[in-house]
Design a protein around this ligand. Structure first.
Ligand code: ARG
Length: 460
């Protein structure tokens, strides 16, 4: 057991206590950020004359060699240390001797771990943002290429009005763009450096907190030392934003699972992104979409777990906060995997355009437009609604669509119907007359696409 704090103890720690208390099994993934933070701290200590420049250089070299050795596999992180901070510091002392013992001057593990977690999380936000961006690019491709792919839009999962695949995918694009904006906001708000807060009350050494903050690409140092070591808001905000990403992916997955079913047949998933059954030879299952939907629950769980951990904590640092790591890492890993796989699945999916169009033609998705047609002939909307209602009833009896009736049959219901009805209720007309901002018409979608291109910084 290699410890940083044996001095005031007269007995060895019970092995079970050590194991229960230790975090190295999961915080070892912070090694790089721990070392980078320590290098910045040592450099500042040297510049402020708190340690000599020579000592600062020795520490920097030692830390760099530890980083290299971990990355090359030469140095293995082993569980006899309590946490990654102890592991790095003990290794440093082994390598450079007494100078290594000065690294922790003016620092506590409380501000150290707060820094490490922020540095790590900031990188994860960037990785997740990049993956979201890739998914948005895939969506943009589908949106650009399907302005005339007609399909039914649903309310209550009942066919409602015709839209296009382009418009449908636009709805998901909006969700993911909001997700990207949320990540951006969180990154900005969290980007203040806690190092120098010490255990809770700052330090008596003349630290230059702003120079460390600048060195590590933060916007400034944090403003209250007690808050600095006990703030986990940014993780809660992030887990909430990640839960929202998962909620969006899960809704999208649900949609694709339905569309991939025999009943819908709107899409066909690529063989490379589907799985089979061990007993039923005919099966091709959408497991990726189902797993993404399933994993949404664990990310919600991660958020709830951290909220609950934090709710009763008095200021400042408490060991409970060590529990922030596993849930955050789990959420980061899960969201990255899901975004990556979902994007691959979406990229390779085949949209059965003819099936979608046929489905839009059945189920009276043009009934509202037929009523609007009668309004155009001078009939008040409420009366037109009633007339089309009885027309729909007649069609249900005859098992046909409105446009399958002859003009004579139509006139029996209302003399206001003329030959121009057929064109007025075609899918193309229904969609393209919806020209308001955000609607599915060709012209509205063109506006939406230019906005997406600008937001995704894509020009061609
Ligand atoms: N492993 C600890 C954590 O993750 C590091 C901080 C330890 N601080 C302390 N006062 N024991 O929170």
């Amino acid at each position: 057991m290699a410890k940083l704090w044996g001095g005031r103890f007269t007995k060895a720690t019970d092995q079970d206590v050590f194991d229960f208390n230790a975090s190295i099994s999961f915080d070892q993934r912070l090694y790089k950020h721990d070392i980078i933070g320590s290098i910045a701290h040592a450099k500042m200590l040297g510049e402020q004359g708190i340690i000599t420049k020579k000592e600062a250089n020795l520490i920097k070299k030692g830390l760099k060699s530890i980083l290299l050795d971990i990355e090359s596999g030469k140095l293995i992180i082993t569980p006899e240390y309590e946490d990654i901070h102890s592991f790095v510091e003990s290794n440093l002392i082994d390598r450079i001797g007494d100078a290594g013992k000065k690294l922790h001057t003016g620092r506590s593990r409380n501000d150290q771990v707060a820094l490490d977690m922020k540095l790590y999380t900031r990188d994860e936000i960037d990785l997740i943002s990049d993956l979201l961006h890739e998914l948005e690019k895939t969506l943009l491709d589908i949106i650009r290429n399907n302005k005339e792919t007609y399909m039914p839009g649903f309310t209550h999962l009942q066919k409602a009005q015709p839209v296009t695949l382009s418009h449908y995918m636009g709805a998901y694009m909006e969700m993911f763009l909001r997700d990207s904006a949320r990540l951006y906001d969180i990154r900005k708000r969290m980007n203040v450096c806690p190092l120098g807060a010490g255990a809770l009350a700052g330090t008596t050494y003349p630290l230059d907190r702003e120079s460390v903050s600048k060195e590590l690409a933060f916007d400034s140092a944090t403003f209250n030392s007690m808050d600095s070591v006990s703030d986990r808001d940014y993780l809660i905000e992030l887990l909430s934003a990640l839960s929202t990403i998962m909620m969006h992916l899960s809704r999208f997955s649900e949609e694709l699972i339905l569309w991939n079913s025999n009943e819908y047949r709107f899409v066909e998933m690529d063989d490379a992104f589907s799985t089979g059954s061990s007993i039923m030879p005919q099966k091709k299952n959408p497991d990726i979409a189902e797993l993404v939907r399933g994993k949404t629950g664990r990310v919600y769980g991660d958020l709830m777990s951290l909220l609950t951990t934090m709710k009763g904590l008095p200021l400042a640092y408490n060991k409970d906060m060590q529990e922030d790591k596993e849930v955050s890492f789990d959420a980061f890993d899960t969201v990255k995997d899901c975004l990556h796989l979902f994007n691959g699945m979406l990229k390779t999916i085949t949209f059965q355009k003819d099936v979608m169009e046929k489905s839009a033609m059945m189920g009276f998705t043009n009934a509202t437009d037929a009523a609007d047609y009668l309004v155009g002939k001078g009939i008040p909307f409420r009366d037109a609604h009633g007339i089309i209602g009885s027309l729909v009833l007649k069609c249900i009896e005859k098992n046909c669509a409105i446009e399958d009736l002859t003009i004579e049959e139509l006139k029996e219901i209302s003399p206001s119907f003329e030959e121009d009805l057929y064109d007025a209720i075609s899918l193309k007309t229904c969609v393209n007359r919806r020209t308001t901002k955000g609607a599915p018409s060709d012209s509205s979608m063109d506006e939406a696409i230019s906005r997406y291109e600008k937001l995704l910084k894509i020009h061609d």
